[in-house]
Design a protein around this ligand. Structure first.
Ligand code: 13P
Ligand code: SF4
Length: 302
């Protein structure tokens, strides 16, 4: 009897004791074979808790790096290292270090969508799920640089009424969403609530009913009073939304809001990763130690 790729992955996973993580935007079939699927914050926390010898990380490279930083004794495998994040690439460690040198005293807050080398240069990390809480924890007399996402930074500034300097980065997938698209979707689906990611521009966030991280969306939906939702974020999230809320209807804001990097990891890649133990995430120990401090500073904020 020939086994399907998914069955073979499940078998090998059990045999080797590997733990598979997947982000909410990955391919549905990849989410389905994962031991844990979540948003960036949930994945970081779980990576720290899991004491697995081997971790296969299905998501973009900064997420696999974060898992390695938090689980340095595990072998962390990233099935497709070319699966990067266009936004993370907009902040380069040397430039951040130069900024720090020229602005002593400024607190640098980095969204987790950054490379390990950038995290090593900053004071504290945040995710889209906790950005407001992290910024609010910084004493009011401190200047703040928020990087790399100017949209998330602007949306946090608007909610908290606090000024920050913003790095000129953005997510090409979410930055392309505009208010006209929301108006058109409302016309097509009157009565549906619009849910967007805070990486969207501020006018989009202001015009939507809800703006939250992918994990917060999934926690919110089961108890939501509305029955229909227009979803303004990467389409991979629709898989869990529909599976976990069969009584609700979800419309993508546009037919295709796709992060090509999140779709690069296929089941065949996961199988290869398990079989051949590729591709191991390797980072300089000093970079990991400094980056871990910024992540732990974030996790310590209650
Ligand atoms: P979440 O933290 O909401 O999962 O977002 C990560 C991301 O890359 C969004 O584009
Ligand atoms: Fe990066 Fe945007 Fe893709 Fe998220 S959706 S991984 S921020 S490029």
């Amino acid at each position: 009897m020939t086994r399907s790729v998914a069955e073979e992955i499940i078998r090998l996973k059990k045999e080797s004791g590997a733990f598979i993580f997947a982000h909410n935007y990955t391919l549905p079939e990849v989410q389905d074979i994962a031991d844990f699927t979540g948003d960036s914050l949930e994945l970081s926390i779980r990576a720290k808790e899991v004491k697995a010898e081997k971790i296969v990380f299905c998501g973009v490279s900064f997420m696999a790096e974060t898992a390695k930083i938090l689980s340095p004794d595990s072998k962390v495998l990233h099935p497709v290292p070319a699966s990067g994040c266009a936004m993370a690439d907009m902040a380069v460690a040397e430039k951040v270090a130069e900024y720090r040198k020229n602005h002593p005293g400024t607190v640098i807050v980095a969204y987790v969508n950054t490379t390990a080398a950038v995290k090593a240069e900053v004071d504290i990390c945040c995710t889209s799920a906790n950005a407001e809480k992290i910024v609010a924890s910084i004493p009011a007399d401190k200047n703040i640089l928020f990087l790399p996402d100017r949209n998330l930074g602007r949306n946090v500034m608007n909610s908290l009424g606090r000024k920050m300097e913003l790095w000129p980065g953005y997510c090409p997938v979410h930055n392309n969403i505009d208010v006209k698209m929301l108006e058109e979707a409302r016309r097509l689906h009157p009565g549906a609530a619009i849910m967007v990611h805070p990486e969207c521009p501020e006018e989009v966030v202001k015009n939507a009913e809800y703006a939250m991280s992918t994990g917060a969306m999934l926690r919110f939906l089961p108890n939501a009073k509305e029955k229909e939702f227009i979803v303004g974020t990467e389409e991979g999230i629709l898989h869990r939304m529909r599976k976990e809320n069969p009584d609700k209807i979800f419309y993508p804001l546009l037919p295709q809001i796709i992060c090509p990097d999140m779709k690069k990891i296929t089941l065949e890649d996961v199988l290869k990763s398990l079989k051949e133990e590729v591709y191991e995430v390797k980072l300089p120990v000093e970079t990991m130690n400094r980056a871990r401090k910024a992540i732990e500073n974030m996790l310590a904020v209650k």
